[in-house]
Design a protein around this ligand. Structure first.
Ligand code: ATP
Ligand code: MG
Length: 502
């Protein structure tokens, strides 16, 4: 591949924001037909670099080359016209319009007299959809599609031009396993057509499955490029964060206290059925299962976001009914939600206020909120979670995706709840911070909190849990202790095979 002309090349890109040097002279070469991973810690500059390439941000310095011709990306439309297509993590489709209208928005095919040529629109759309092998049609309303299918529409939109390079920024964050398979097929197809693919993800197993090369950024600087086949997770991690990590099973133990939460026969119309389990003080109980197994819905019920149709909830031995999140918080239950962007943050507010929002009433002395106490909380969790921001005054909307998530996690941890429920705690979080969050969860348990961790990542469940509840299709299939659990028996249980013999 060395004598080929690169599909694109970035050289010496610098991008600064007030107080932040997000990119400090980054260079990157993408060959036609390769899948090139871009990795780095939260806030390393990955999305910023792609926004420069995609014409969304103008660099302060540096040069972009397409097939070795110097070029300037003046806007996203301009970048697309030059064959560089950016598929964002946050979807930008119009729900009320059809798939076809979304795909050709702004460039609808016209007949004479400027009228839209609907037949051609639908025909051309169906032709693109056919190459993508999707199960929906040009006339479908986008709002009726699953998130994964909406992502397919974004991809289809990218394919209205003959792309040279396609950028995927954390595309799998909200996809089910089956949907991921389809996405990876699309990527393989792009690759076979000679398109250069840039793929951003924090999930090592994906990176090693589908990419050819891995480039690493650290603190806005280019750290190197590795051939995927010739490297391993340790080496990539070392390059990303400057150290290796212990990703073994949970082996720390401490005394367990009395039962903090007991759930008996809990059901919620069709979402989950007859769920029973308990969590003791000092214990981390992991809920493992496939996306859609009902785990998030159980958490939402405990947090007062859903009404159970049957069953009881006991807190410290006392039966309670929880009708709202305010009820739950008052009784000492906190939920760090799965969709942290939608449910947790006010993007136009600064970091400190976002983190201390739920506890303002506790910190208020008379009519004044104690500024110092809030800043102290922020500082404490900024250090613990390694949140990268020039200071507490920074607007949360200006933080990188992963650092925004850390703010939400810090917010709920800092409330010191009796029962803490965290749903997919490390989705979108880099490997280094992942292990810090795992340690923090263990530490909270050691201090006597009862913790529930919902996760779709087996290593994560094995790493943090004292006990594991395996769910399939709304039901508890089996419970394991940390000592007895094996990967095989877990997989069996969450696949709906009874696996009682394991
Ligand atoms: N509009 C902005 N204003 C100020 N700072 C910004 C802005 N956009 C990004 N930054 C900063 O630039 C740095 C790089 O952010 P970027 O979003 O590129 O990180 P990332 O590598 O994509 O991280 P993640 O894995 O968390 O998505 C961060 O420190 C971020 O806070
Ligand atoms: Mg990012």
């Amino acid at each position: 591949m060395t004598d080929q002309t690169p599909a694109l090349r970035l050289e010496g890109i610098v991008k600064t924001f007030p107080g932040v040097r997000a990119l400090d002279g980054v260079s990157l070469t993408v060959m036609p037909g390769e899948v090139h991973a871009l990795m780095g810690e939260n806030g390393a500059g990955k999305s910023t670099l792609m926004k420069v390439l995609g014409g969304i941000l103008a660099p302060n310095e540096g040069q972009i080359f397409i097939e070795e011709q110097p070029t300037v990306m003046s806007s996203p439309m301009n970048a697309k016209a030059k064959g560089v297509v950016f598929i964002h993590q946050e979807l930008s489709l119009a729900d009320e319009l059809t798939v076809a209208e979304n795909i050709f928005l702004g460039e609808l095919p016209k007949k004479s007299f400027g009228r839209v040529d609907w037949q051609r629109l639908y025909d051309e759309t169906d032709a693109i959809l056919k190459t993508l092998n999707v199960g929906f049609a040009a006339r479908t309303r986008v709002g009726d599609l699953s998130i994964a299918n909406q992502q397919m529409v974004e991809i289809a939109r990218a394919l209205t031009v003959e792309p040279r390079a396609v950028i995927f920024d954390e595309p799998t964050a909200s996809l089910t396993d089956a949907e991921k398979v389809v996405l990876f097929e699309v990527i393989a197809d792009l690759q076979s057509r000679g398109v250069g693919v840039i793929y951003i993800s924090h999930r090592m197993e994906e990176i090693f499955k589908i990419t050819d090369r891995i480039s690493v950024l650290r603190d806005g600087q280019y750290r190197g490029t590795l051939n995927t086949a010739e490297t391993n997770e340790e080496e990539v991690t070392q390059l990303m964060i400057g150290r290796t990590l212990d990703l073994s099973r949970n082996e720390s133990t401490h005394e367990l206290g009395e039962v903090a939460l007991e759930v008996r026969g809990l059901s919620c119309g069709g979402l989950f059925e007859d769920v029973s389990f308990s969590v003791r003080r000092g214990e981390v109980v992991g809920f493992y299962g496939l996306v859609g197994a009902g785990r998030t819905e159980i958490a939402e019920t405990l947090f007062g976001l859903r009404e159970p149709s049957a069953g009881t909830i006991h807190l410290a031995g006392e039966e309670v009914s929880i009708h709202s999140p305010a009820d739950a918080i008052k009784r000492g239950i906190s939920l760090v939600p799965e969709d942290r962007k939608g449910q947790g943050l006010i993007l136009g507010m600064n970091c400190r206020d976002n983190m201390t929002l739920p506890q303002v009433s506790d910190l208020t002395a008379g009519p004044f909120v104690s500024d110092g106490a809030e800043v102290a909380i922020f500082d404490q969790y900024r250090d613990k979670l390694d949140i990268r921001t020039p200071g507490w005054r920074q607007l949360v909307g200006n933080l990188s995706g992963g650092n925004q998530q850390k703010i939400v996690i810090g917010k709920w941890l800092s409330m010191r709840p009796e029962v803490l429920i965290v749903d997919e705690p490390t989705r979108g979080i880099d490997v280094g911070s992942k292990s810090e969050i795992h340690n923090l969860i263990r530490e909270l348990a050691a201090q006597g909190y009862a913790v529930i961790v919902i996760s779709s990542e087996m290593p994560e469940v094995l790493h943090v849990s004292d006990r594991i509840v395996a769910m399939f299709s709304g039901r508890v299939m089996r419970e394991f202790t940390a000592e007895e659990v094996t990967e095989d028996s877990l997989i069996q249980a969450i696949s709906g095979l009874t696996g009682k013999t394991a």
